[in-house]
Design a protein around this ligand. Structure first.
Ligand code: SF4
Length: 329
């Protein structure tokens, strides 16, 4: 293992840091460099203009070794003078003091105990979490300070913390969801090379559900021309139903700057025949046309209803999920 001091002002805005950064490479994480920082704050307020159904987030990491080609968070790495491609996958910023800072912020009399969402920017259960173990302390702190929360992940590492989650769900509302856009294994290896397989993620859903924690499936992203056909959608919905998913939320791919270049570069190499379709769908916007999105969502919702899974709308309206223990109490 090698640890080097990193001049703070070359990589990060020192206004947000509480001390110098450290650059760490470990033989257990080949190809990955960790940048350990001490953050000044950890609870992030979501801008009022955002349409997401939560106002607070926690992101203990920046960058994500899950390395999904389409990851919408890629551009945020450029704020650190990293690139949105390979750097995003391999240069991971770790807020090593996340738990202490969070406890301080939760203890403020002004904290309103609003819902806190995690895994909404990058995955809080990516491989780095195996080394840094920040999430158990974060979960315990949120529960202790009566703050409801949700976790979205593609990582199976969440199961390490299942006891923390079950204990938290006895005190506060806890929501979990796994992100599984498709169950095509060839495509998975190509598009989401650093993630556990979609079936492992669905096993996570089953285990969380069996532990009494409701777990949904974010069927995202749906990739035009690759996974938007009936066969792919039906296979994914049926696998989610088998895993006990409490709901399914379909989301069509969007391509903001950063993700756009990285994903389209891959597409033109692997599926050049689809480039004209993407030019039509994403030529003017980061989002596919509303009509296309509605068409795809309707089909997923129909499949979900037929498979006996609750409507996506139900989960989107309010993530108010409790564990069985709490419901029966
Ligand atoms: S797991 Fe999520 S955050 Fe990580 S690369 Fe994939 S889409 Fe991005």
């Amino acid at each position: 293992m090698r640890i080097d001091a990193e001049p703070t002002d070359t990589l990060f805005d020192s206004r947000f840091l509480d001390g110098p950064a450290r650059r760490v490479v470990s033989p257990n994480f080949a190809g990955i460099t960790f940048f350990e920082i001490r953050a000044r704050s950890i609870l992030n307020r979501v801008p009022e203009t955002s349409r997401v159904p939560f106002r607070w987030t926690i992101n203990p990491y920046r960058g994500c070794s899950h390395a999904c080609r389409y990851c919408f968070a890629r551009n945020t790495h450029t704020y650190l003078d990293f690139d949105a491609g390979a750097d995003f996958d391999s240069k991971i910023v770790v807020k090593i003091n996340a738990v202490d800072v969070l406890r301080r912020e939760l203890a403020r009399p002004t904290w309103g105990r609003e819902h806190v969402a995690m895994g909404t920017n990058v995955d809080c259960y990516q491989r780095a979490e195996g080394r840094y173990r920040l999430m158990p302390g974060i979960i315990d702190a949120l529960a202790e300070f009566h703050t409801p929360f949700s976790i979205l992940t593609k990582g199976s590492l969440i199961l390490r913390d299942i006891d923390h989650l079950v204990n938290a769900a006895r005190r506060v509302e806890v929501a979990t969801a796994v992100s599984v856009g498709f169950v095509d294994l060839d495509l998975w290896r190509d598009v989401e090379p650093g993630t556990p397989s979609p079936f492992v993620r669905l096993d996570v859903c089953r285990t969380l559900t069996d532990a009494g924690l409701r777990c949904g499936v974010l069927l995202a992203p749906i990739l035009p021309g690759l996974t938007d056909d009936d066969e792919h959608l039906a296979a994914t919905v049926h696998a989610a139903a088998k895993a006990g998913a409490s709901h399914i939320t379909p989301i069509v791919l969007h391509l903001r700057p950063g993700a756009r270049e990285w994903y389209l570069g891959w597409l033109s190499e692997r599926h050049p025949e689809l480039v004209p379709l993407y030019q039509r769908l994403y030529g003017r916007s980061a989002y596919a046309p509303a009509g296309y999105q509605a068409w795809v969502s309707r089909r997923v919702t129909d499949l979900a209803v037929r498979a006996g899974i609750g409507a996506a709308d139900e989960a989107q309206r309010a993530p108010r999920w409790r564990d069985r223990t709490r419901r029966s109490a």
